[in-house]
Design a protein around this ligand. Structure first.
Ligand code: TPP
Ligand code: MG
Length: 595
C-alpha cells in the first residue's frame, strides 16, 4: 500500500511522540481520518463534542503535561470553531498545533462550499506560524516547523492541508533546488542570564529592605530556588493565577493569588514593599503592583519579547527562572531584620483564618466558598484542578491551598467561559493515573460542560485512575457578571441577561452513566467530596449554591460594597441576615489588622 500525505503526517506525529489528537471529523479531513484508521489509531483520535472543546482539550493537555497539544478540525466551520481554544493557548502561552482541512486545490478561490480563507482566519491566532501544505514534499518541513515553533514560542501554530493533498502519494523532499528538507528532534538551550546583570540584580535586591516577590507560570520548576531566595531576602511570595500551583500555599510566607481575584496579604505586600522581584510572570494588572517609583524592581523572564512590561523595572534579566536564581543565590546577603517577613507571615496566617470563617458563613442553601474550602482540606496531593471563568475562578484563587504535587489551571488571560471540563479531559490524557477536578459554573456547564460530559463518559474507562469530578456551582445565574453589574451600582438586577434556565446536572450525568450527587445542604459537602474522590468512575457534584455570596475582590472600596448590599436588599430584604454576616467577615478581611 502506498503512503499518502495523510499517512505520512500521522507517521511524523508519532515520531514527535504525539499520542493523541483531539478533534472532530468532517469531509475536509476525510483523507486524514482514513489514515487514522489505517494507522490503527496511532496516534489516537479523541473525539470531542465540538471543535472548540477539542482545542481546549489540547490546551488542557499542554498545560498539565508541559508537552504539545494537537487538535484537528475540518475546513470551514470546523476550523472556525477551533478559534477560541487556540486564542486561549495564545494568550496563556502554551504550545498547541492545529491541523485543519481545506477544500480541494481545484476548488480553491471558487467560493466553494465550506471554503473559508483559512490562512487569513488563522493569521492572528497562529501568528507565529500558519502554513498550507500544497504539495507532498512540503509536509515534513511544515509539520516540523509547526511543532518546533509551538514549543519554542509557547504558542499555537496551524497547518492547513487541502483534502486532495491529504490523499496524494507522499514524496519526500529531494536534493533539488527549492526543496526544504527537515529533521526531527531538538535540544533546547539552557538560557542563562548575563553575569553582570545577575550581579547588578543581587546588588539591587541586597539594598532593599522590604522585598516582594511575584511569581507566575514561568517559575514552574524553580520552586526550591524561589523559596530559598525568599528566605534569604526575608520576602513574601505572591502568585499570579497561572502560577498558583508553582509554590505550596503551606509555606508561611506565600501570600497566595494577586489581583482582581487575589488575597489581601498579596495586596498589602505590594502596597508596602520597597523592592520587587518578578519571576516568570506577565501578570497584567499593574494597579496591584507597587506604585511606579515606590519600589526598585528586577524582572526575570525566559522570553525577551515579554519582559520589561507592567512595571518600570530597573533590570530585566532574560533567562531560565531556576538557572537565573541559582546564579543569584550565592550573591544574596541574608537580611537580618525579620520584621517585614514577620508582618507578611502574620498577614498570611490571618488571611487563612478569614478564608476559613468566610467559608463557614451560612448561605441559602450553600455558600460556594465552603465547596472549595471543604475540597481543599481533602484534596489529593496529586490532584489536577481546573476552574472555569465565573465565580468559581474567585474561590479557586482564594480558597484552595495548593500543596504537594497539586496542579491547577484556568483560562488565565483570555478568561473565556467553558474550558473547565475539556481542560480536565486533556489533563486525564496527560496523566491518566491522577485524579482531576473541574469547578464549573452552571452557565459554563450549559455553554460547553454538559455536552462535553459525553466525552468523559466515552473515554473514562481507559484511564488508570477513573476519578474525574465536575463540581457544578448551580446558582441559576451568570453570577460573576451579576456581581460586576452590582458593584458598578447601576444595574443590580437585569434578569433577562443573567438568569439561567433550570436543569439538573446530576440527572443528565446519571443518564450517561456517571456517578452523581445533588448537594443542597452544606453539611453534606464533606461526604460528597469523600464519595466523589474515592469513586470508581467520574462524578458530577450538582451543588446548589447561593448566588448572593459576593465575590468581593480585596481592593473593593466601601462604595462598591454598599452598591452590592443595596442591590441585594432591594431585591430581597429577607437576605439581609446573610449579607450582614458576609459583609462582617469581609470587613474583618478589609479593615487594617489589629492584634
Ligand atoms: C465566552 C465568554 N462569554 C462571556 C463571558 C463573560 N462572563 C464571564 S463570567 C460569566 C458568568 C459565568 O456564569 P456561570 O458559569 O454560571 O458561573 P457563576 O459566576 O454563576 O458561578 C460571564 C457571562 C466570558 N468570560 N466568556
Ligand atoms: Mg452560575
Amino acid at each position: 500500500m502506498s503512503t499518502t500525505v495523510a499517512d505520512q503526517l500521522l507517521a511524523r506525529l508519532r515520531e514527535w511522540d504525539v499520542e493523541q489528537v483531539f478533534g472532530y471529523p468532517g469531509d475536509g479531513i476525510n483523507g486524514l481520518l482514513g489514515a487514522f484508521s489505517h494507522a490503527k489509531d496511532q496516534p489516537r483520535f479523541i473525539q470531542a463534542r465540538h471543535e472548540e472543546m477539542a482545542a481546549f482539550e489540547a490546551v488542557g493537555f499542554a498545560k498539565f503535561s508541559g508537552r504539545v497539544g494537537v487538535c484537528m478540525a475540518t475546513s470551514g466551520p470546523g476550523a472556525i470553531h477551533l478559534l477560541n481554544g487556540l486564542y486561549d493557548a495564545k494568550l496563556d502561552h502554551v504550545p498547541v498545533v492545529a491541523i485543519v482541512g481545506q477544500t480541494n486545490r481545484t476548488a480553491m478561490g471558487g467560493s466553494y462550499q465550506q471554503e473559508v480563507d483559512l490562512l487569513s482566519l488563522f493569521k492572528d491566532v497562529a501568528s507565529d506560524y500558519v502554513q498550507m501544505v500544497t504539495v507532498p514534499e512540503q509536509l515534513p518541513n511544515v509539520l516540523d516547523r509547526a511543532m518546533r515553533i509551538a514549543v519554542s514560542r509557547r504558542a499555537p501554530t496551524a497547518i492547513i492541508v487541502p483534502n486532495d493533498v491529504q490523499e496524494l502519494e507522499y514524496a519526500a523532499p529531494t536534493h533539488d533546488f527549492k526543496m526544504v528538507p527537515s529533521s526531527l528532534g531538538v535540544s533546547w538551550p539552557a538560557v542563562d542570564p548575563d553575569d553582570a546583570a545577575v550581579r547588578a540584580a543581587a546588588d539591587l535586591l541586597n539594598a532593599g529592605e522590604k522585598v516582594a516577590i511575584l511569581i507566575g507560570q514561568g517559575a514552574r520548576g524553580a520552586a526550591t530556588e524561589v523559596a530559598q531566595v525568599a528566605d534569604l531576602l526575608g520576602a513574601g511570595v505572591a502568585k499570579a493565577l497561572l502560577g498558583k500551583d508553582v509554590l505550596s500555599d503551606e509555606l508561611p510566607f506565600v501570600t497566595g493569588s494577586i489581583g482582581l481575584l487575589g488575597t489581601r496579604p498579596s495586596f498589602e505586600m505590594m502596597r508596602d514593599c520597597d523592592t520587587l522581584l518578578t519571576i516568570g510572570s506577565n501578570f497584567p494588572y499593574s494597579q496591584f503592583l507597587p506604585e511606579p517609583g515606590q519600589a526598585r524592581a528586577v524582572q526575570i523572564d525566559i522570553d525577551g519579547a515579554m519582559i520589561g512590561m507592567r512595571y518600570p523595572y530597573e533590570l530585566n534579566l532574560v533567562g531560565d527562572a531556576a538557572r537565573t536564581l541559582q546564579a543569584l543565590i550565592p550573591l544574596l546577603e541574608r537580611k537580618d531584620d525579620g520584621a517585614w517577613r514577620s508582618t507578611i507571615e502574620a498577614n498570611v496566617k490571618r488571611w487563612w483564618e478569614v478564608m476559613e470563617s468566610e467559608a463557614q458563613v451560612e448561605a441559602k442553601p450553600i455558600n460556594p466558598m465552603k465547596l472549595f474550602h471543604d475540597f481543599s482540606t481533602v484534596a489529593p496531593e496529586d490532584a489536577m484542578i481546573a476552574a472555569d471563568s465565573g465565580s468559581a475562578a474567585n474561590w479557586y484563587a482564594r480558597q484552595i491551598k495548593m500543596r504537594g504535587r497539586m496542579r491547577g489551571s484556568l483560562s488565565g488571560t483570555l478568561a473565556t467561559m467553558g474550558p473547565g471540563v475539556p481542560y480536565v479531559i486533556g489533563a486525564k490524557f496527560a496523566h491518566p493515573d491522577r485524579p482531576a477536578i473541574a469547578f464549573e459554573g452552571d452557565g459554563a456547564m450549559q455553554m460547553n460542560g454538559l455536552a462535553e460530559l459525553l466525552t468523559v463518559a466515552r473515554y473514562w474507562k481507559g484511564w488508570a485512575d477513573p476519578r474525574l469530578v465536575v463540581a457544578v456551582l448551580h446558582n441559576n445565574d451568570l453570577n460573576q457578571v451579576t456581581w460586576e453589574l452590582r458593584a458598578m451600582g447601576g444595574t443590580p438586577d437585569f434578569v433577562e441577561s443573567q438568569a439561567l434556565p433550570e436543569v439538573s446536572y446530576a440527572a443528565f450525568a446519571s443518564s450517561i452513566g456517571l456517578g452523581t450527587l445533588t448537594v443542597t445542604d452544606p453539611a453534606d459537602l464533606p461526604a460528597a467530596w469523600a464519595e466523589a474522590l474515592s469513586a470508581d468512575r467520574p462524578y458530577v457534584l450538582d451543588v446548589h449554591c447561593d448566588p448572593d455570596v459576593p465575590p468581593i475582590p480585596p481592593h473593593a472600596d466601601l462604595e462598591q460594597m454598599q452598591n452590592m448590599a443595596a442591590a441585594l436588599i432591594k431585591g430581597d430584604t429577607s437576605r439581609w441576615g446573610v449579607i450582614k454576616e458576609g459583609l462582617k467577615t469581609k470587613a474583618q478581611e478589609l479593615l487594617p489588622h489589629r492584634d
